[in-house]
Write a protein of this length. Structure first.
Length: 632
């Protein structure tokens, strides 16, 4: 294996590892997976272009070589991860992990993720030790397809034609990837094919000697850059992935993909980075490291410096052990020895899957009564989505696309008409706000739509939700309008001189003010970690001494939301006001995330407030409603 490619592998796994370990710092590290795809594309192209594919035996030999490289260690790690999940995660996390472990055995993790992403409130992603296997599922699905691609390419006689074809796959594939819903495109193999094809480009560029010096080769046109120049530019682009500032993925993903292909096609041996023995060794253990790093991070969620040091040491040590003791050994085995090994691993996984789904008491966790009560009380708080739909509110027919809830509540004995618009936060806060009116309203309508934030938009989905909100306000003309939302990420971006988002906010509020008497808008709120409640419960059970570290640092949280607050302060209106809830969670220099006395989380797994969190907001919401009632 070329050392420069192993070093590129080393860079890729370091990026992925840093992204999973420090997601708030290495925000672009996920692009390491894209580099892996390019490398795989090149290696498969290099492998398949050496020999013609003519018979069924040629296809079978290719699949055998791929499966022997991937599957033995893959199935061993899945087996051990399932055991770790049963031993160290609470039983309330077993169901989602068991589903994903089974999908992983069949190499369809990516398809299950696509399925589950259709449900916004699905908790499959809370603490899931198998999520990282989506990329290996994509890769194995690519392996099934790639021989047929090269079987077709054999028809073309010249490498120039082959380069044109694979370049077209990359170009048009990226266009399709960019146009399709991101969450779907991210996990769908055919929409990732363009990145594997970028590896094909690297191969055919090498075959055409585009980066090699050859006195007998006369290029059609001369490029005014040397391959050293291309290499420096490409490595610089890849280095951008280490920046702590998020880069628009529609720019970063194709740039990193092409940069990785360029590094491979340059084939330079004397570069200080791409000839590093340390990086090369990390590249050697990259497969084992990819398999083991995420389960350990997901199960033993780090919060303190000691946790981080423990995890980093454990991940590297286990990767080295798996690579030398198992991976390198089975790759040298004859198929007559390897086949029984794979059979044993598959059988062991099958029996384990049956066992964890049985009524066996072997895996049952016996919590102390006090701890079990804490777990049950917190789990009971997670049902707000369902509970909010019972009560006295009913859904209207023909809800808008992406609706979480759309309808009206039982009429009161007052004269005010009230409406709430926004995203899922409308359902989260609806009852907490409605109760303070004490039925002193004539009607109470709500519209909770995915992507809807009420007074600005930054995507096709949010624009559709905004248009629906405008139609609702114009149609029903409520006296009081609440805009309640978890605001989109774009509003945290720096404010421009002629800021489009601020312009939208002012324009939409002016529109609403034509029809309503009073507008109350939820202000910025600290950003909580996804799956917070499950992480909170895991910490209670396994590391109670680390609980205080789960509160949010005020300075850091305010810094993240600084542009949101500034934008909102610049909004111009005559009938609106912003109400802030963040201060009710504030204690000295921390935003509290749980009740220390009751051990109840203020936040659920989907970044919404629990009933305990809403209870803290009660005095402020009461003040807001009283002010409305007194003013109107």
């Amino acid at each position: 294996m070329r050392l420069d490619i192993q070093c590129l592998r080393g860079i890729a796994i370091i990026l992925v590892f840093l992204f999973h370990m420090f997601p708030n710092i290495f925000v672009n590290g996920f692009l390491g997976v894209d580099i892996f795809f390019v490398i795989s594309g090149y290696l498969m192209a290099n492998n398949l272009s050496r020999n013609e594919l003519k018979t069924l035996k040629d296809f079978t030999q290719f699949y055998y070589r791929r499966f022997r490289r991937i599957l033995p260690l893959y199935y061993l790690v899945i087996f051990m991860t399932v055991i770790l999940v049963q031993l160290y995660l609470g039983d309330y996390l077993w169901n989602s992990n068991n589903r994903y472990s089974l999908a992983s055995l069949f190499l369809v993790t990516n398809q299950l993720i696509i399925h589950d992403q259709g449900d916004y409130f699905n908790e499959a992603f809370s603490i899931n030790a198998f999520l990282h296997l989506w990329s290996l599922s994509v890769e194995m699905q690519f392996y099934l397809l790639v021989p047929f691609i090269f079987f077709g390419l054999q028809i073309l006689n010249h490498n120039y034609l082959k380069l044109i074809v694979v370049s077209s796959i990359t170009f048009f594939g990226f266009i399709a990837f960019a146009l399709v819903l991101p969450k779907f495109a991210f996990n769908f193999m055919f929409l990732r094919l363009w990145q594997f094809s970028a590896g094909f480009i690297a191969l055919y560029v090498l075959k055409l000697k585009g980066c090699k010096t050859d006195e007998e080769y006369e290029p059609i046109f001369k490029i005014p850059f040397s391959k050293d120049d291309f290499l420096i530019i490409s490595l610089s682009i890849i280095a951008l992935c280490f920046l702590p500032t998020e880069i628009n993925v529609l720019f970063s993903r194709p740039l990193v993909t092409l940069a990785a292909a360029c590094v491979i096609s340059c084939e330079i041996e004397n570069n200080i980075i791409l000839s590093s023995k340390m990086l090369g060794y990390i590249g050697d253990i990259s497969y084992a490291m990819y398999l083991v790093h995420w389960p350990l991070i997901a199960i033993f969620v780090p919060y303190t410096v000691k946790n981080y040091i423990f995890l980093i040491q454990t991940i590297f040590l286990s990767s080295i052990v798996f690579h030398h003791i198992f991976e390198r050994k089975y790759q040298k085995m004859h198929w007559k020895t390897l086949a029984p090994l794979c059979f044993v691993l598959i059988l062991a996984n099958t029996l384990l899957q049956i066992n964890i789904r049985s009524e066996s008491k072997f895996w049952s966790i016996k919590y102390p009564a006090e701890l079990r009560e804490i777990v049950e009380m917190n789990k009971a708080q997670k049902s707000w989505v369902k509970e909010s739909k019972k009560n006295e509110c009913v859904e209207d027919e023909n809800p808008p696309y992406g609706s979480y809830g759309y309808g009206s509540c039982k009429g009161g004995n007052g004269s005010l008409s009230v409406m709430m618009i926004g995203n899922s936060y409308v359902l989260n806060f609806r009852e907490a706000i409605r109760e303070h009116f004490n039925y002193n309203y004539s009607s109470f309508r709500f519209s909770s739509v995915s992507g809807g934030v009420g007074f600005y938009a930054d995507s096709p989905q949010s624009r559709a939700a905004l248009e629906f909100s405008r139609q609702q306000v114009e149609k029903y003309k409520p006296d009081v309008l609440f805009i309640v939302a978890r605001y989109l990420e774009s509003v945290r971006a720096p404010i421009q001189e002629d800021d489009d988002l601020l312009h939208q906010m002012n324009e939409n509020i002016r529109f609403y003010e034509q029809f309503v008497k009073k507008i109350d808008i939820l202000g910025s709120h600290p950003l909580y970690k996804l799956s917070f409640m499950n992480i909170f419960l895991q910490t209670i059970m396994n590391r109670p001494e680390d609980l205080e570290s789960m509160h949010l640092d005020r300075r850091e949280a305010d810094h993240i939301m600084r542009n949101v607050k500034k934008r909102f302060s610049m909004v111009k209106c005559t009938r609106c006001q912003f109400f802030d809830l963040s201060h009710v969670f504030l204690e000295n220099d921390k935003y509290l995330t749980f009740d220390r006395d009751e051990m109840l989380s203020y936040v659920d797994n989907t970044i919404h407030l629990t009933s305990a969190g809403l209870k803290l907001c009660k005095p402020e919401l009461q003040r807001v409603v009283k002010e409305i009632m007194d003013g109107l």
